[in-house]
Design a protein around this ligand. Structure first.
Ligand code: HEB
Length: 442
């Protein structure tokens, strides 16, 4: 086997941990919103079906939170173990949001505990619903804080670096860096969207399996309408992200869009392949669209990759990640639009059932879009770990034991993933919705 150096191994281990963690983080941020929506509808419509939805989702949610906590801890651990020089500098500047993330998590956990054990304890059900609000705030704020840290890696500010000493730390400026708004917005919306599609996919699958009850029909309805709203939000946020890149990180946009020469009225390139000579084939070209995406002006000038120093250019394959993300985004948007449209027009009602399999696919697909989005954002930052200040290779550990760590953590994640699936399956199989409806409401 070829020798793998500690930088490559550190990157592999970090990728593995993040790729696994992001699944649970996404669910952890999005599902509370869906739970709150379902309980709210149940109270408004005085419909026990929606309340039961909220109850069952909450139970499943708790299991995923547990896994998210473990993998989140792994990230914290690995940050200091694998990227000591990076943390030595960045850690001082971004300690505030890093700490605040933990705080937001505890805030969420406390209210989640109360929420779980007080379903029938209040005279007015609305009081129970009110507890879902701090849960949502806690889970979304975790995402907000940790995303500002990631944003900081892309557009660091709020400190001065002289050699290896850092002075003039301004934690607030560091947290509210230029990348933060678009990233936070995109991360929140895409988590909500993905969670809605994951829950819709599970419901659609149950319906295909023969559970054609009102309960399942309503579940599909809330999740798909939510999916539509959040898909629109995700698309809007994605557009803002592209505008952010055009202004502050042109090399990432240029590499992702295969835009080599600086020009006005730049075309947007979708799909296609790149050969060794750097020629693009089989692409779809949308005239002047890149200029518009970047600056809301079809004739604006967009910086090309050739203007960037050669060893500071991100890898060109991130273009495929962008394709995957955008395609899935459009698929989700189109699908949820059709679903809502078919539902609204009586004559077309019958067509809704044709969308069941596509909805089943939309769950895993949106999770893939999340992974693709992060790969695009992270690989597109290369070679920097702290853009303009420190390269990835300088940030890594020189320890010889990263290979062993990789194997151990891989084992841990496999175990956690399997356990999570087994527990969830048991939990819902042994207590199907129909049975629960029966003993609770009849
Ligand atoms: Fe996304 C990222 C755009 C869709 C998920 N995005 C990203 C970016 C951009 C975009 C530009 C980068 C940013 C930075 O780096 O800063 N998108 C976009 C667009 C669209 C989208 C245009 C269409 C509409 N996404 C999407 C979807 C999803 C996503 C659908 C899922 C579901 N993204 C994502 C993520 C990420 C991204 C997760 C990472 C984070 C950030 O923000 O960065």
């Amino acid at each position: 086997m070829a020798e793998l150096d500690s930088v490559i191994l550190s990157r592999m281990l970090t990728t593995l941990t993040l790729a696994f963690h992001i699944i649970f983080a996404t669910i952890g941020v999005g599902v509370p919103v869906l739970i709150s929506i379902a309980e709210w509808m149940g109270i408004r419509k005085n419909d026990p079906h929606y309340i039961l939805l909220a109850r069952r989702w909450t139970r499943g949610f708790v299991v995923t939170v547990a896994v998210g906590v473990v993998t989140g801890t792994c990230i914290g651990l690995q940050l200091s173990l694998l990227w000591p020089s990076f943390m030595e500098i960045a850690g001082q500047v971004i300690a505030l949001p890093l700490f605040m993330e933990t705080f937001a998590f505890f805030f969420e956990a406390i209210f989640l505990g109360i929420y779980l054990y007080t379903w029938d304890r209040f005279k007015k059900p609305i009081y129970h619903w009110l507890i879902s609000i701090p849960i949502m705030i806690g889970s979304s704020m975790s995402a907000v804080f940790i995303t500002t840290v990631n944003a900081f890696m892309n557009t660091p500010q709020g400190f001065t670096l002289k050699g290896r000493t850092i002075t003039g730390i301004d934690p607030i400026a560091a947290m509210f860096n230029p990348a933060a708004p678009s990233k936070v917005f995109h991360v929140l919306m895409s988590s909500y969207m993905t969670s809605a599609f994951v829950l819709a996919a599970i419901t659609a699958f149950m319906i295909i399996k023969g559970r054609r009850t009102d309960y399942h029909r309503k579940a599909l309805q809330v999740t798909m309408v939510s999916a539509l709203v959040f898909s629109l939000g995700t698309a809007l946020a994605g557009d803002l992200s592209a505008k952010f890149l055009a202004e502050h990180q042109p090399e990432k946009l240029a590499a992702g869009e295969w835009h080599f020469e600086t020009e006005a009225g730049a075309d947007l390139i979708l799909y296609g392949t790149l050969n060794e000579k750097g020629e693009i084939t089989n692409e779809i070209r949308v005239p002047k669209m890149l200029s518009f995406l970047s600056f809301s002006d079809f004739n604006a000038e967009v910086t090309g990759l050739n203007e960037i120093e050669e060893d500071l250019r991100p890898p060109l394959w991130i273009h495929y990640m962008f394709d995957v993300m955008v395609t899935i985004g459009m698929f989700g948007l189109g699908l949820s639009m059709l679903f809502v449209l078919f539902g609204k027009i009586k004559r077309l009602n019958g067509f809704q059932s044709r969308l069941l399999w596509p909805i089943v696919a939309a769950g895993p697909l949106s999770m893939i879009a999340i992974e693709a989005g992060w790969i695009f954002a992270e690989v597109g930052r290369q070679p920097w770990i702290l853009r303009g200040y420190m390269k990835v290779a300088e940030g890594a550990t020189t320890s010889d034991h990263v290979g062993l760590m990789f194997v151990l953590f891989f084992g841990l994640y496999t175990l956690l993933g399997t356990l999570c699936i087994i527990v969830l399956k048991r939990m819902f199989k042994e207590n199907p919705a129909e049975a629960e409806l029966e003993y609770r409401f009849k």
